[in-house]
Design a binder for this molecule. Structure first.
Ligand SMILES: Cc1ncc(COP(=O)(O)O)c(C=O)c1O
Length: 379
């Protein structure tokens, strides 16, 4: 295993998280219960949304959103190709077809409203947007397209808990917002997710389908509220654990502070890398409040990305690619319609490199990364 001097991300659990998990173990109630309810209530307040349902991960939040919005065979859902594959798979699970849209520009790597409009057909049922890197999508234009064409909107907010645009939290613009609490996320519980909605008509069904479509839960029966249950719909086991929810409550309390620290680090990166040859930095002057989930840079076209990443690796710096575009994967390429093209995605997906970013990263470590990049350019 490589010993990184600076890893791509690092978690920052402290005594508070250890105490919270220990208390759950001591309570001997490990599955969805009162802490989950508390986490959901606090998350609602944080995002300023009416309903929040904790689930087992971000992918199950996305799948459940598609299901309760009755997306299925014969429907098309417009989604960026430049995203983590779970955004796309959540559509395919339902039998619907993902239709890939391009990203806006070299500076704005979120989905392009103009390209969404080009890709609307009479089968389009929904738009699934991704607040890539924590940067809000162009939600005003996207919501107005949705209203004009009578489309549903799902927001993949895996990178963006706490991001805002014009005073509205990402995740609360559309019909459903889907968060991930995977290890590397801004709010981390190891595995976990949250499905939020302002729609009262969806909330009962989300609750039901999260736990097998059963009319009562193990916790209800434990509390003496019921002896038995009926199954009234085809549901899933997408329940969270109390351990995850206990971690989530502690992490939510720290989220604003950690997002602020990420912002300072990104601003420092921006000043250190501004004049370096061979790279550019996207999302300069991006509207709204970002959560700075990752720090992507773009290499100039003449630079060999593998050699760049290898050079950083030899100097102990871990990098990554966010993302290999979905429409190029062996399984998913069949979904790219022959008449559709994704020129900006094709270009930036070849040139993107993600540099280390996490709240405990030090300014001196960014100095070192900038120095190594400068040495690469000077060779
Ligand atoms: C953009 C995006 N969507 C969805 C997911 C899926 O979340 P999870 O890993 O919690 O299933 C992730 C995270 O890994 C992600 O980055």
């Amino acid at each position: 295993m490589v010993q990184w001097k600076i890893p791509l991300f690092d978690s920052d659990f402290g005594q508070e998280e250890i105490d919270a998990v220990t208390k759950v173990l001591q309570s001997r109630w490990l599955t969805m219960g009162e802490l989950t309810h508390q986490f959901e209530t606090q998350f609602c307040n944080y995002i300023n949304v009416k309903h929040a349902f904790a689930v087992s991960n971000g992918t199950t939040a996305l799948h459940l959103a598609n299901v309760v919005l009755e997306i299925g065979a014969g429907d098309e859902v417009i989604v960026p190709s430049f995203t983590f594959i779970a955004s796309v798979n959540s559509i395919i699970y339902t039998g619907a077809t993902p239709i890939f849209a391009d990203v806006a520009s070299e500076n704005d790597l979120t989905i392009s409203p103009q390209d969404i409009e080009r890709k609307i057909s009479n089968k389009t049922k929904a738009i699934l947007v991704v607040h890539y890197g924590g940067y809000p999508c162009q939600m005003e234009a996207i919501m107005s397209l949705a209203r004009k064409h009578n489309l549903l909107v799902i927001e993949d907010v895996a990178h963006a808990p706490g991001a805002e645009l014009n005073g509205t939290s990402c995740g609360s613009f559309g019909d459903c917002g889907c968060f991930s609490f995977f290890s590397n996320k801004n709010l981390s519980t190891g595995e976990g997710g949250m499905l939020v909605t302002n729609r009262d008509d969806l909330s009962a069904r989300i609750k039901l389908l999260r736990s097998h479509g059963m009319t009562s839960l193990t916790f209800d029966r434990y509390k003496g509220h019921s002896y038995s249950y009926d199954v009234v719909d085809l549901g899933y086991n997408y329940r969270p654990t109390e351990i995850g929810s206990a971690l989530g409550i502690v992490q939510l309390n720290k989220l604003a502070m950690k997002n602020k620290r990420r912002k300072e680090l990104v601003e420092y990166y921006q000043t250190k890398l501004a004049d370096l040859d061979g790279i550019s930095i996207p999302f300069i002057n991006h509207p709204g409040i970002s959560t700075y989930h990752i720090f992507p840079i773009l290499l100039n076209p003449e630079i060999d990305r593998n050699r760049f990443m290898e050079f950083l690796k030899q100097n102990g710096i871990q990098t990554s690619i966010h993302y290999p575009p979905a429409h190029r994967f062996t399984y998913h390429k069949k979904y790219l319609q022959p008449k559709h093209s994704l020129p900006v995605t094709e270009d930036i997906a070849r040139r993107e490199v993600t540099l280390p970013l996490y709240p405990d990263l030090k300014f001196e470590e960014i100095d070192y990364i900038a120095e190594v990049i400068k040495n690469f350019a000077a060779r």
